[in-house]
Design a binder for this molecule. Sequence first.
Ligand code: S3P
Ligand code: PEP
Length: 679
Amino acid sequence: MYAIPFLDIPPLRSAGGTVTLPGSKSISNRVLLLAALSDGETTLHDLLDSDDTRVMLTALQTLGCQVTRLGPQQVKVQGLGGRLPVRQAQLFLGNAGTAMRPLTAALALLASTHGGVFELSGIPRMHERPIGDLVDALRQLGCPIACLGREGYPPLRVGHGAPVPLQLQAPIRVRGDVSSQFLTALLLALPLVAQQDVTIEVVGELISKPYIEITLALLARFGVAVIRDGWQRFTIPAGSRYRSPGGVHVEGDASSASYFIALGAIAPASPGHDGITIQGVGLASMQGDIRFVDAARAMGADITGSANQLHIRRGHWPLKAIDLDCNHIPDAAMTLAVMALYAQGTTTLRNIASWRVKETDRIAAMACELRKLGATVEEAHDAIRITPPTHWHAARIHTYDDHRVAMCFSLAAFNPAGQPVRIEDPKCVAKTFPDYFETLFGVCQAAPADIPVICIDGPTASGKGTLATAVAERLGYHVLDSGVLYRLVGLAAERQGIPTDAASLTQPAVAERLGQLAATLPVRFDAGRVWLDGEDVSDAVRTESAGMAASRVSALPPVRQALLDLQRRFRALPGLVADGRDMGTVIFPDAALKVFLTASAEQRANRRHKQLISKGIPARIEDLLADLKARDARDMSRQDAPLKPAEDALPLDNSAQSIEESVQQVLAWWQARRPDWAH
Ligand SMILES: O=C(O)C1=C[C@@H](OP(=O)(O)O)[C@@H](O)[C@H](O)C1
Ligand SMILES: C=C(OP(=O)(O)O)C(=O)O
């Protein structure tokens, strides 16, 4: 996940490959609750691991439910059989509608039948999302519920300690025109008290209907067969009781699929690929958002699929504008709004009033951000109309803590003007798809020249590695510690018995062998560690002897040549910070920012000394200083790519700077080279 203030997505050119989607949020939170309320133990497979499911899981544990994590996407839930060991709790539910609404109903009924008092709260936006229709329905039943802030909104207190009688004879009336989650909440909760038939009547038009189908299908999996009369009346038969089905597999999230369906429809196929394959969700999905496929086809996407898989190719291009009632796919429809940027003509998305009460006012948010890209947008209270830009602008997309805004606007990076897109607060995708951007970059390609590189060159012990790592972390970029590559050649040579002393290196045969070794170096950088042929060598490469060997082998042309390609392969989405001695001069001469980092030899010897001592390695400053000076002289005088600043490098002397000051300086230089995000 990119936990950084903004993520700059370079202009993207093509896409291809396979993505496996994380589990459906709607299914995950329903089955977690159902498993907790059931008799027996349930193992949930392919469960979504995200903010929304974590708040549900934590709430269930707080309520006394035993949950054992068997793997990142697998949990075992010990069902409570409709009883609560805990009678008093405060539950924080973030911004998860699928946790707040169903838990409100379930706890209101349990507190009424067994006694108890529970407080449910969320983030500030959750306290602006309506729940009044559900509260009204539960109060009809006799459940004590207090809105602790504004009437009709969380935070809520349900129950008041002692049990209260429930009135279950008359049909329970609930409005469904603000959110279908109120009806879902009642359907999930009422089997807990169904000693007699219990009927729910929907008042007015029900929105987001397909989510009710998910609810009914999952109730059936847990042993409760609801009798329905269209969308108007739902009856839970007397004696209904939740029974664990033993195990449940969660489908991939159909709303999350929409971004990759759109990707396949927008992006030309990458060389060697034939579109995008999505695994984990397919045409047989129980999720209504799979109907996004029809909308994407109407816009021109070429989509084939099977029960559990989809395959998308670019079909009609440019895309075709559509005029669509999107009430059945409220979440995925946001993706259509971004696809509309690539359509010929004006697209209208209708019947989406619920967008205004979700993670943010999504109609207003989409209109504002689409306009930043250059689109013409008209807003109605329940619709949005989008005409594509004639001139695309580089835009800084504000994401309103709304995962879907962040995800769908990433697709604007395919704009024909080749403008990058800045996504602010990219970590908001954690609500439902924490690794969204990593997954996207895994199947997208950019022209190498469009992938930004920041080079930080400089002499040994100038703090290049520390600076490069910190700058890369702030920008979400990859790091290339090119010095480590040379050290790795030195280390690998040592291990294979290839001599690296000065005399041996003058022999052409030795230089050749070292070149071959470098060309096939099995190196991997992962989570700040360096791996050589599957072995973590992060510490071994940092020894002074490996450093000296690196300096000697790095002067050999065959080694430099072999490592050239390897180093250039590190230029990957969304960008790279490369540190070394010839990054700006030889490896990435077209880099957008080159920094030449220096510090006095004394200062560098001092830092190296502190570093070694802190690791318990004995060292003398005088020796280190002499070594440094010798190494500087060798690096500067070598024939091939000597250490010297690139002509367009900016000098940075960090002798008197803190690390943070250097980082801020480099970031300021970088910002000055970014597009004008004024729009
Ligand atoms: O029941 C569900 O799982 C959901 C229902 C929909 O909400 P509304 O019914 O409020 O439209 C949807 O937007 C939400 O993301 C998930
Ligand atoms: C509306 C959404 O979430 P919630 O489940 O919180 O309603 C959504 O995921 O788009």
